[in-house]
Design a protein around this ligand. Structure first.
Ligand code: SF4
Length: 76
């Protein structure tokens, strides 16, 4: 069975400039929040167990955000 990694994904809407990079990279995890006019983490991705591949993609989205608004932390 593939190893699962438990992560917490957060997105700071105060610094998000709604560039859309995260949503383009991982539409299953990030979506445009119409009300805020910013992106947000889909509720199911705020705390989630993912496989190695998904973890890498989340870390990529984190590193590609131009304003460092995304944090992907491993949790216990
Ligand atoms: S990549 Fe960063 S700045 Fe761009 S929409 Fe996502 S959170 Fe906002």
């Amino acid at each position: 069975m593939a190893k699962k990694i438990k992560v917490r994904v957060t997105l700071n809407q105060d610094t998000c400039i709604a560039c859309g990079t995260c949503g383009a990279l991982m539409p299953e995890a990030f979506e445009f929040d119409q009300k805020a006019g910013k992106y947000s983490v889909k509720p199911e991705f705020r705390e989630i167990e993912v496989d190695e591949e998904t973890y890498k993609r989340l870390k990529e989205a984190e590193s590609m955000c131009p304003t460092q608004s995304i944090k992907v932390e491993k949790i216990e």
